[in-house]
Design a protein around this ligand. Structure first.
Ligand code: ATR
Length: 284
């Protein structure tokens, strides 16, 4: 269901929602309704399709009519930072906000994507990131959001590979004081050491495109993770399997984990994510 964000509604039950454009594909309403059932927290969660030029009006209106919090998704995560009064450190580092909390007349902005990815990798999938060699494909907003949290896990190396070098180099320079991060193009990814983890953070799959990812970077010990997800295997996960990866996983777990962190910011309780992943008939 798509709710018309221009309609003024006031209800007694606490209201939350996700704003994006387009947003009809979003699984967030299902996830948050399952969290609400599990924790007994009374809330409603709406799907809010908002075009970029209406973002500010829609956020202000949601707040004015008593809304308690929002998830912000593509393409608004960077733009919405302008509307935030108090920004968390991790959101400032990512340059992007995926969670708004309306408190005391102020807009608080946070970003739970990075912690969501780490929870999925380290807790659900049991990966050790300390001393790992990590390759991140892509150098857009999604990459910017995960580099800081990944470096906090103290990997041996983190290489950002991108179609065009410039964006990868800018990100590597930005994070160079936080850890051993470097940049290169897809075509020249060094393969002298095997990668323990390859993360796809490009938006190529969303557009049905399959770029020439560096197959030589995959060994039989390489774990491949796609930030994108779908009911069918994504182009990257098919590529990873064909390239001989140890395992190839889509980002369903990250989706549910970042949602749980948002829920905790809003309600003060962190739902259990395992049952929700199962109830969505998804294998993590
Ligand atoms: P997001 O904010 O979702 O990360 P973005 O800022 O548009 O989106 O970044 C998209 C990333 O996917 C970029 O790294 C982009 O590569 P370029 O910087 O070279 O444009 C990458 N990307 C998108 N489509 C691609 C394709 N077909 N092949 C390779 N990389 C692609």
């Amino acid at each position: 269901m798509t709710v018309d964000s221009t309609a003024e509604t006031t209800t007694t039950i606490d209201r939350y929602g996700v704003m994006g454009y387009p947003v009809s594909h979003s699984r967030s309403p299902v996830i948050h309704r399952l969290f609400a059932l599990q924790t007994g927290e009374p809330l409603q969660y709406e799907l809010l399709q908002v075009s970029p030029e209406k973002l500010e009006v829609a956020v202000r209106q949601f707040q004015r009519t008593g809304g308690k919090g929002l998830n912000i998704t593509v393409p608004h995560k960077s733009e919405v930072t302008r509307l935030v009064d108090q920004m968390s450190e991790r959101a400032a580092t990512a340059g992007a906000v995926n969670t708004l909390v309306f408190k005391g007349g102020e807009v608080h902005g946070d970003n739970t994507d990075g912690i969501g990815l780490l929870r999925d990798l380290a807790v659900n999938l049991g990966l050790t990131l300390q001393d790992a060699n990590i390759l991140v494909l892509g150098a857009g907003g999604a990459t910017r959001g995960i580099i800081g949290p990944l470096l906090e896990m103290q990997p041996a190396s983190l290489r950002i590979a991108n179609r065009s070098l410039e964006k990868a180099q800018t990100l590597a320079d930005h994070f160079s004081r936080s850890g051993p991060v470097s940049a290169c193009q897809f075509s020249v990814v060094p393969v002298d050491k095997p990668y323990d983890l390859i993360i796809n953070a490009t938006s190529a799959g969303l557009k049905g495109e399959a770029p020439p990812y560096p197959s030589a970077a995959v060994s039989e010990a390489t774990f491949c993770y796609d930030l994108s997800y779908g009911l069918k295997p994504t182009p990257f996960s098919v590529w990873a399997r064909d390239a001989g990866a140890l395992q190839s996983v889509m980002g369903w777990g990250m989706l549910v984990e970042q949602a749980a962190e948002s829920f905790k910011l809003w309600r003060g309780v962190r739902p259990e994510t395992g049952p929700v992943l199962k109830q969505m008939s998804i294998t993590a």
